[in-house]
Design a binder for this molecule. Structure first.
Ligand code: GDP
Length: 420
């Protein structure tokens, strides 16, 4: 591309030789596409260059473009511009970020649904009902002499109840949705030799094709990403917690505590073939107040009778018999890991709320609806009832970005990666 006034034909891909304007040297032969406004991602004129993938070449190309007075985009700037030009709404923009960060197929699937506008589609009828409710209340205010008829009040209250239920149902999906997006930290804990590493490896085996190596947070522990029923799990083996001579340090209680504090769920391992020792009890003391599964390992060996009385606490989610050696009981263990956290079938067709911001707004909508419902029951002035209803409408609008304050927008787009 020697001629600076060269403008490629819109919506056509063209193979072009690109020269450095300063030296005339060939930089690359690249594909160039001109997306003419408004038919582009942002709704503005966009030129896209598809170069060969060498990092050196790409850096060179970028330097040349920057030398021509261009600048790098801010994180999320393209998506923010698309939002500004009405190419997508806020929850769709957030879905793009989630799609890029998705760690499992199920998470990709959910982000795609949101990107397709499903959350906004589900919210629209709810907003419509809210407006339907607001109108008669506003007219009652307008014509003060007419009190609202009882039947109408009952009808409005019933509509508000239905709305509240629907909002609560949507909000309830966040318990699963959050896990789908952010994953779960699961830590294997137990005294030395109970089989932590063996269980760790067994849990990874079936996932070999999709595991991603994750650098351990400390050099003593090993973490790997796996997927259980679509939920990304960061599994940490604390086998390295043991150290040599000092018996207290040997138990690694301090580091075990840190691992426990950081975990969403703990798998507390016991060697079922051996007598429970004070070491087992010390580990359990550290675990008992956090959600945990008790895994009785080495169930292929004759059980030591006393381990049948492994202590449990209110935070014990399940007790499972497993054998890391034979691979038995591991399906029960996998099910126990995810079951308590799944209130919805993640792979089913239902839309899940995956974003804490959306969840918070739904909760605030529900609170406002409830308050208006009560005030209406007490026959207080329509003006007060309307405050809650407008608040609910504003919260729903904030999910899709119609009424989102600028500082919230900036905070959201700061979470995007650069170039998106
Ligand atoms: P860690 O120190 O807790 O990580 O324990 P390891 O996974 O290193 O296992 C300690 C020993 O127990 C090894 O010799 C394993 O082969 C053995 N082991 C682990 N799980 C089982 C099991 O289910 N059955 C039997 N029989 N041996 C096991």
């Amino acid at each position: 591309m020697r001629n600076p006034s060269f403008v490629p034909e819109p919506q056509k891909v063209r193979l072009t030789t690109i020269h450095d304007p300063a030296t005339g040297d060939i930089v690359d032969r690249a594909l160039i596409t001109y997306f003419k406004a408004p038919h582009s991602f942002t709704g503005e004129d966009i030129i896209e260059l598809s170069c060969h993938g060498s990092p050196v070449l790409l850096r060179n190309m970028l330097d040349i473009i920057l030398s021509l007075n261009a600048r790098l985009a801010e994180p999320g700037e393209f998506t923010l511009r698309a939002l500004g030009h009405g190419r997508l709404n806020l929850s769709q923009a957030e879905a793009i970020r989630d799609l890029i960060n998705a760690k499992t197929k199920a998470a990709v699937h959910q982000a795609q649904r949101q990107l397709g506008g499903e959350l906004s589609r589900q919210l629209q009828p709810l907003k419509d009902i809210l407006v339907e409710v607001i109108v008669p209340l506003e007219s009652a205010l307008e014509f003060v002499e007419d009190d609202l008829p009882e039947v109408l009040i009952d009808e409005i209250r019933s509509k508000l109840s239905t709305l509240g239920t629907r909002i609560a149902q949507l909000g309830d999906t966040f318990k699963s949705g959050r896990l789908l997006r952010d994953g779960m930290k699961v830590v294997l804990i137990g005294k030395p030799n109970v089989g932590k590493s063996s269980v760790f490896n067994q849990l990874l085996v079936q996932d070999r094709a999709i595991v991603t190596a994750v650098a351990g947070t400390t050099r003593d522990s090993l973490s790997e990403g796996i997927s259980l029923s679509g939920i990304p799990i960061l599994l940490t083996d604390t086998a390295g917690l043991r150290t040599s001579e000092d018996p207290i340090e040997n138990l690694g209680v301090e580091r075990t505590r840190t691992a426990i504090a950081d975990a969403d769920l703990i798998i507390y391992l016991i060697d079922r073939s051996q007598s429970l020792t004070s070491e087992d009890s010390a580990v359990f003391e550290a675990v008992r107040q956090n959600p945990h599964i008790i895994a009785l390992n080495k169930s292929d060996l004759p059980p030591f009778p006393q381990s049948a009385y492994a202590p449990t606490s209110e935070e014990t989610i399940a007790v499972v018999n497993i054998s890391a050696k034979l691979g038995t009981g591991l399906d029960d263990l996998r099910a126990a890991i995810i079951h308590p956290f799944i209130s919805h079938n993640i792979s089913s067709d239902g839309l899940l709320v995956t974003d804490a911001r959306h969840f918070d707004l739904l909760k605030r909508t529900g609170d406002s609806l409830r308050s208006s419902h009560e005030l209406l029951g007490d026959r207080v002035s329509e003006e007060l009832v309307l405050v809650g209803l407008y608040d609910a409408l504003r919260c729903l609008g904030e999910i899709t970005g119609e009424t989102t304050p600028d500082d919230v927008l900036s905070a959201i787009f700061a979470t995007f990666c650069i170039g998106k």
